[in-house]
Write a protein that binds this ligand. Structure first.
Ligand SMILES: Nc1nc2c(ncn2[C@@H]2O[C@H](COP(=O)(O)OP(=O)(O)OP(=O)(O)O)[C@@H](O)[C@H]2O)c(=O)[nH]1
Ligand SMILES: [Mg+2]
Length: 195
């Protein structure tokens, strides 16, 4: 991927017209604050093309990042407890609005915080992806926050927690030290270049 070519395109929220699907797309899904926007910035080697925040619930719209050969799609984060029910519903409708659109979606990167077990919402999303036969890779974020022992423990626990989804690829990732970024770039290039 030619990361210098990346430009930001925004999109409307819950019901607005989405950007026409003219390129292969990779969508970034996960709970609020898991690190979706940070991952996009790291992949594109930009400090703040995608807006990140210590305050969860930052990305409320679907944001598109156009490269020469693909689009990266930053979905709103789900599961932020402090939102009102109406706001939560608006977030999930926005996500559904994207998945219901007939797009050239090649892969979902499903982000899960490496430090914690997947949440009920994470499982809901994983089951939805399986049901819709959307290919996905699990990205285990914030790997820099675990030491070697903690990491081994969590990896073992995750294999158990996610045993219903066997055969799925896991990529540990850190936006701080760059672990996993080359692996993910290679995966994206591969899925985007399929005919
Ligand atoms: N230590 C560490 N912190 C991270 C990492 N990735 C993200 N963060 C921090 O986690 C917070 C949330 O990151 P974002 O990238 O904004 O998360 P998001 O998933 O886009 O959140 P929403 O837009 O609310 O859905 C920020 O304070 C980031 O700096 C990581 O790999 N390591
Ligand atoms: Mg975000």
């Amino acid at each position: 991927m030619k990361i210098e070519s990346a430009v930001f395109e925004t999109s409307a929220g819950v019901s607005g017209q989405l950007i026409a699907s003219t390129l292969p797309e990779i969508a970034f899904s996960g709970r609020s604050n898991v690190g979706k926007s940070s991952l996009i910035n790291k992949l594109l080697n930009r400090k703040s093309l995608a807006r990140t925040s210590a305050t969860p619930g930052k990305t409320a719209t679907i944001n598109f990042y156009k490269l020469d050969t693909m689009r990266l799609v930053d979905l709103p984060g789900y599961g932020y407890a402090k939102l009102s029910n109406a706001e939560k519903q608006r977030f999930s409708q926005t996500i559904e609005h994207y998945f219901d659109d007939d797009r050239d979606l090649r892969l979902v990167l499903q982000l899960i915080d490496m430090r914690h077990p997947p949440t009920a919402n994470d499982f809901q999303m994983l089951e939805y992806l399986v049901e819709c036969e959307i290919p996905f890779v699990i990205v285990l974020t914030k790997s820099d926050k675990l030491n070697k022992t903690e990491r081994e423990k969590r990896m073992e626990a995750l294999r158990e927690e996610l045993s219903d989804f066997d055969g799925v690829q896991y990529v540990p990732f850190s936006a701080v030290n760059g672990e996993g970024v080359e692996t993910l770039r290679a995966i994206l290039d591969e899925v985007a270049s399929e005919p």
